[in-house]
Design a protein around this ligand. Structure first.
Ligand code: F3S
Length: 642
């Protein structure tokens, strides 16, 4: 029986467990990555685990999210991460070096291996034929400490690509097309594996654009085969030695299949405020544009930006449009500078930002009130850009560049311009001066903790019976941005939970923290797909700090559910979804016999004391998850079991 590429890599790294969907396995983690926004917590947790050396083959600490230094806080965090990296043997990537996923593709990713990253777009690495999984920070800290990761084996969805993309249609349009078909929930519980003859014409960075936004489909990760294109990319990066060919067996078995004809795809756009609210650009009514942002881990590769420069060369950005461009890496910026493309962008009137996440995380470049902003990024949730009433559309770099010239959202295939053909350089620039490799002798090295770094909160072991109020009831599809907003004002406090707690659920309700403190804790009732979006661990740590003991929802997004368990917060699900309607804020509920129910895998009875009725909840988790919850979270568990 033929094996999928996914199963072949998992099997190659399998430490324990049975490789079948739904069963729990432990695998060797070859590489980890962190970015600074989640990284400070990861390294505080690694400190608390009290280890000497990391157990992975390679771990990298990137600084890409919070690179503005308007106060001392970010610089202190960078220094803390730098010192922790040196102490534990981790490669440190300085601010300005670029976006973690782009850099990891360029310099470290390796076909056939497993990468765990504390960022939800870690699946970008799947473009290189490796399994890149986004996980909570604690999982990443534990992976560095133990060299392992425990997960439930996902099902495998095979997307077979046929045909060839038309001119002006690119990888971004492909993934937007898939999002339109499958929605933000379509990949939940799956690893998406791409195959078919259509794969051959997709460059490595095209593939990475597609796997990057597999995160928006809710997939555990996405992966392309490692083939000649992979070898070509690694060779141009002077990393031929890292190449291995990895493809699925002939006749591989998959749990689900989707066939996509690339010829049928036209330029697409995700309209406000969800990545799956997709339509063909030609079908969207003419809208005037205020801002266009090009970059992010989805679309900041050399080819993406060189195409943009070629489209803008010798022309002028529309007077009403602010065009901002953030390159994916310092080496891309260097090549653009050497080849004159940077000059073309500047003479056209583009604003060049440093190589970092920048506007994608709301780190500068918030558009004006009620703006229409076109972005080549991966998310367009309300408020993420830093302006609450702005409307953000997600589009391809080609659509962005052409729209920057016309001043309205424009289908590039109808613009009448010549299609820019961009060839790859024989060799990419591979300067490494922004990387700091750990010293050989690390004896006696200490971490440096500035005043903005506060200890992270610890939960208590689970108690058997809780009588507790409902503090908040949310609708469906609440994002981690809704639970714990992240913007330029708040990012400097990512290692200061008490300060962040003042903004918890800030997009949904005012002063949640005051209510939570007055009630001395409580629970949250959530709708469908609770906690979708970014892997933000703070969306669990801040509620933990505010005394949230459980979230009862119709369903959970995968990473957020894992983050809740890691924090010792119970993620429970209504057995009958209609029971959701019966609960209101301020109702007091009683959860009884929790420990026994979890131990025995039984359903949990919930009594609504205020309205005098009972209903049933379920917990879908492994034995290990139960142990984590009983211990009061992952860190307590690791400490107890050292
Ligand atoms: Fe950075 Fe945005 Fe990607 S914040 S890692 S560019 S999703």
């Amino acid at each position: 029986m033929g094996k999928s590429l996914t199963y072949k890599i998992l099997e190659n790294n399998l430490i324990s467990g049975e490789l079948k969907p739904g069963s729990e396995i432990t695998v060797k983690v070859n590489q980890t990555l962190t970015q600074d926004s989640t990284g400070t917590m990861v390294y505080l947790q690694l400190e608390a685990m009290n280890i000497k050396d990391i157990k992975t083959d390679l771990s990298v600490a990137y600084i890409d999210h919070n690179t503005l230094q308007a106060g001392f806080e970010n610089a202190d965090d960078h220094e803390f991460i730098k010192s922790a990296a040196a102490k534990y043997g981790i490669i440190y990537s300085k601010p300005g070096n670029g976006i973690c996923h782009q850099l990891h593709l360029e310099r470290f990713g390796k076909p056939g291996t497993i990468l765990l990253g504390s960022d939800s777009h870690t699946p970008t690495a799947g473009g290189l034929g490796m399994i890149g999984i986004g996980a909570g920070g604690l999982d990443v800290a534990a992976a560095m400490a133990t060299g392992t990761y425990t997960l439930k084996v996902p099902k495998v969805l095979n997307i077979e690509l046929h045909g060839k993309l038309k001119t002006w249609v690119s990888a971004k349009d492909v993934i937007l097309y898939i999002l339109k078909k499958l929605t933000v929930k379509g990949g939940v519980g799956y690893i998406i594996e791409y195959s078919g003859e259509g794969v051959v014409d997709l460059s490595l960075t095209d593939r990475a654009t597609i796997t990057n936004m597999g995160a928006e489909l809710g997939a555990t990760t996405s992966i392309f085969p490692s083939d000649e294109n992979t070898l070509d990319f690694l060779t141009r990066q002077e990393r031929t030695k890292d190449y291995e060919g990895w493809i699925a067996d002939e006749g591989a078995i998959y749990d689900k299949k989707l066939v996509i004809d690339l010829d049928k795809i036209t330029p697409m756009a995700a309209m406000p405020h969800s990545p799956d609210n997709v339509a063909a650009v030609k079908d969207i009514e003419k809208i005037k544009v205020d801002q266009i942002a090009i970059g992010s881990c989805t679309n900041s590769s050399y080819t993406d930006l060189m195409k943009v420069a070629a489209i803008l060369k010798g022309k002028r950005v529309h007077p009403d449009v602010s065009l901002v461009i953030s390159p994916g890496s310092s080496n891309i910026l260097k090549m653009m500078s050497d080849e004159g493309a940077l000059g073309d962008l500047i003479s056209a009137g583009a604003r060049i930002l440093e190589a970092s996440c920048g506007p994608c995380i709301g780190m500068g470049q918030a558009p004006k009130s009620k703006a229409i902003s076109l972005r080549t990024f991966n998310r367009n949730f309300k408020g993420r850009c830093g302006t609450k009433d702005a409307d953000v559309y997600i589009i391809s770099p080609e659509t962005a560049a052409v729209s920057a010239l016309t001043g309205y959202l424009t289908d590039p295939s109808e613009c009448g311009l010549d299609f820019p053909k961009v060839a790859l350089p024989d060799k990419f620039a591979v300067y490494e001066n922004y990387f700091i490799y750990p010293p050989k002798d690390r004896e006696g090295l200490e971490v440096v903790m500035g005043p903005n770094i506060k200890p992270f909160p610890l939960n208590e072991p689970l108690i058997d019976t809780m009588e507790i109020p409902i503090l908040l009831k949310t609708k469906d599809n609440v994002t981690t941005d809704d639970i714990m907003p992240s913007n330029a004002k708040l990012l400097p406090f990512r290692s200061n939970i008490p300060e962040l707690s003042k903004y918890c659920f800030g997009t949904l309700v005012d002063d949640f923290h005051v209510k939570a403190k007055a009630a001395d804790g409580g629970i949250v009732i959530g709708g469908d797909n609770y906690g979708q979006g970014s892997s933000r661990e703070h969306a669990a740590l801040v509620p933990l700090y505010l005394g949230i003991k459980a979230v009862i929802a119709k369903s959970f997004a995968r990473i957020h559910k894992a983050n809740l368990i890691n924090s010792g917060i119970l993620p429970l699900v209504f057995k009958n979804i209609s029971d959701y309607e019966k609960f209101d804020e301020t109702d007091v509920i009683v959860l009884n016999g929790l420990i026994n129910s979890l131990d025995c895998g039984k359903e949990i009875e919930i009594l609504n004391k205020t309205k005098s009725f009972s209903c049933t909840l379920t917990f879908d988790g492994s034995k290990r998850d139960v142990e984590l919850l009983k211990s009061g979270g992952y860190l307590n568990y690791v400490k107890n079991n050292k």
